[in-house]
Design a protein around this ligand. Structure first.
Ligand code: ZN
Length: 151
């Protein structure tokens, strides 16, 4: 969950008057494939504490981090995501933007649009994720250890 949230830590760029469209501005460097790879690599180091392989931990944390910018690309606000930075400064969005963008700041959330934003995120992000999780659970073959070794 931390990896999926961490890309929006770039909002602290506002404290330093970094322009919204700068590489280190909102939806910039922390919303990239490079950042997701970095989070995967850092997480792989902690794989032993979760009793899993480094490759599995790295892949899982990479995808968890990358889910954030890919979901942001579905929102109807902003200028897009610099997904391929530093190779390209081009900002990308999906062709459709059904998710209402969440305003920055608590005061903005209280102005009466919170219900619409949460409903939009529920329909376009949470429910599809739950559906995928259920489908994965249904098609995943359980690991069965028959106790018979191959020789
Ligand atoms: Zn974001």
């Amino acid at each position: 969950m931390a990896c999926a949230i961490l890309p929006d830590a770039d909002l602290i760029s506002r404290w330093f008057d970094i322009p919204h469209t700068a590489d280190l501005g909102h939806r910039g460097a922390t919303h990239t494939i490079l950042f997701a790879l970095l989070m995967g690599a850092l997480g792989a180091g902690g794989a032993a504490s979760f009793r899993t392989s480094r490759a599995w931990a790295a892949g899982f944390l990479f995808l968890a981090t990358l889910s954030h910018p890919l979901a942001d690309m579905l929102t109807d606000g902003g200028k897009g995501i610099m997904l391929f930075w530093p190779l390209s400064d081009k900002r990308f969005r999906w062709l459709v933007h059904p998710v209402d963008v969440s305003p920055i700041g608590v005061r903005s959330l209280i102005n009466g649009t919170l219900d619409d934003i949460l409903l939009s995120e529920l329909v376009w992000l949470v429910l599809p994720a739950l559906l995928l999780a259920v489908l994965y659970r249904l098609v995943r073959r359980p690991y069965i250890d028959s106790g018979k070794g191959q020789s």
